[in-house]
Design a protein around this ligand. Structure first.
Ligand code: CA
Length: 505
């Protein structure tokens, strides 16, 4: 027997015993309210809204072993911009991902030279794996099966193949760009081989994650700690029929009325979309079952204590609230607020915290939790809040506000390609209020949204800036600070400077 074999140093100097494994799992469009534990008084006292009537027993158990954030924010609540911020710790203008990635938007793609969370983990001696939906790459004609073509014949192309040089330190790959046929997904593996599968995608991806953790075919270097990101696509749309959803989960909601399912005061059960709630919640419960399977694997492998597990999402889902058909890309809390649960046994105590965590804070916070706070690159614009999660004696100042961004397509060139972006809206979320300013293409104020989230958690009463002038001025002041700190295009162009005090110290 080799003494202290478990403490052996890897080539880069990181030891398995010193640094924990990390699993970051983020189903797409999974809203914070769709977690069963929010209906439990211990958790319900932290939020002003009712939790969805969903069954998530595995996540409920996990929440009682985790720190649960009630107020985590997806600052640009849309798939690609969120993922760019998550991976790079930078706001969209710096990550490169200002719009959703598709073939008509060549300017929206994760910068190849961005130092991403996986680059840092890899350099620190981790084995790094990505499984599932990525959606931060601009689709190009790089189909490994048919060189010189896109990966499918769709126009415009949304799906993308990510070649090794764009994988940012991930050495194990089983991923795709974006593709929404939940029961017939496909993936490209580390070598670029394509796999077409007839299985509900979360189930298949959890099975791949389990194989990776159990290291059945030497997928990973067992001497190293691992960093595993799991980008699950459901409960993302489509959610129109049992073709789109987990059938076991569907049984739980099949016989419930729409008014039993849509319990928020701002839900509109008269919308055609309301019927989607049944399939959306079916997928929520199916994901919970698969998450439970993954946690049992960790337990059986004896890895629970030395593995940080985070459950989150890229943005929420409005699901008929505010009578909007758009599930995301709005400042309303159903879209902006994401689940964020962190379990790290013995290091992160069980509690609920209303920390206003912004998406660019995730990378530095995860690195900080893993003991790699000294490796956070200077390019990162978020902050390391791991000391708050650990409840250290010395903690950083808490954020007073989080920035909200909404960008639309800019002009198109002669070839029909989108050039640049139009920054349609900027806003601010504070512990007590939400405020958004929206402009037209001439830069004039088009709409103001302003809510008192404590008095009005469903954001039913849009407060008028004239009648609440002091509040409006104060929120415009918070917005000015965030836009200036982020060197946002609104700050550089002094957009709405008659309301936003950009230069006031
Ligand atoms: Ca998404």
């Amino acid at each position: 027997m080799i003494p202290f074999a478990g403490l052996a140093l890897t080539a880069c100097g990181t030891s398995v015993a010193e640094h924990p494994n990390v699993i970051y799992i983020f189903p797409d469009q999974y809203r914070n309210a769709s977690l069963g534990f929010w209906s439990d008084p211990e958790f319900a006292q932290w939020v002003g809204w009712r939790g969805d009537p969903v069954s998530t027993p595995n996540l409920d158990r996990f929440a009682r072993e985790a720190t649960v954030l009630s107020g985590a924010v997806s600052n640009c609540p849309l798939s690609s911009p969120h993922r760019g911020m998550l991976l790079s710790g930078m706001y969209p203008e710096r990550s490169g991902v200002v719009l959703n990635c598709m073939s008509e938007r060549p300017e929206s793609s994760l910068r190849e030279d961005a130092e991403c969370i996986s680059d840092i983990f890899s350099a620190a001696g981790y084995d790094c794996a990505y499984i599932g939906k990525l959606h931060v790459d601009y689709p190009t004609k790089n189909n490994p099966q048919r060189p010189g073509t896109y990966v499918s014949d769709a126009v415009p192309e949304w799906d993308a193949y990510t070649p090794p040089e764009r994988r940012h330190g991930f050495n194990y790959w089983y991923s795709y760009g974006t593709y929404d046929v939940h029961k017939h997904p496909h993936y490209w593996d580390t070598e670029g081989r394509r796999h077409d599968v007839d299985e509900w995608s979360p189930q298949h991806e959890i099975s791949k994650a389990i194989e990776y953790i159990e290291n059945r075919s030497s997928q990973r270097d067992a001497r190293k700690p691992f960093f595993l990101m799991l980008g699950i696509n459901p409960p993302h749309s489509p959610y129109a029929s049992t073709e789109d959803c987990d059938l076991e989960g569907y049984e739980l909601y099949r016989d419930k009325s729409l008014t039993e399912l849509l319990v928020r005061d701002n839900a509109d059960t008269t919308m055609a979309k309301a019927a989607a709630a049944r399939y959306y919640f079916a997928n929520v419960s199916g994901i919970d079952r698969e998450f439970g399977r993954l946690m049992r694997t960790l337990e059986e492998a004896g890895l629970t204590d030395n593995t940080i597990v985070i459950f989150a999402s890229d943005h929420g889902e409005t699901m008929t609230s505010h009578s909007t058909a758009d599930p995301k890309n709005s400042i309303w809390s159903e879209s902006l607020n994401i689940p964020f649960l962190v379990r790290y046994p013995g290091r992160v105590p069980h509690r609920v915290d209303d920390l206003l965590l912004s998406t660019p804070d995730i990378m530095p916070t995860v690195l900080g939790l893993a003991g790699l706070g000294d490796r956070i690159p200077a390019s990162v614009e978020g902050r390391d809040f791991s000391a708050i999660l650990r409840q250290d004696a010395v903690q950083p100042e808490r954020p007073r506000a989080a920035l909200y961004l909404r960008n639309l397509d800019g002009e198109r060139d002669a070839a029909g390609l989108v050039r640049g972006f139009f920054p349609e809206a900027r806003g601010v979320k504070t512990p007590s209020h939400t405020m958004e300013l929206c402009i037209d293409r001439d830069g004039r104020l088009k709409r103001v949204l302003m809510y008192d989230d404590r008095q009005d958690p469903y954001q039913l009463h849009n407060l008028s800036p004239e009648e609440h002038a002091e509040l409006f001025a104060s929120l415009c002041g918070e917005l000015a600070v965030l836009l200036r700190e982020n060197n946002d295009i609104w700050y550089r162009n002094r957009v709405l400077e008659e309301w936003i005090p950009y230069d006031k110290e």
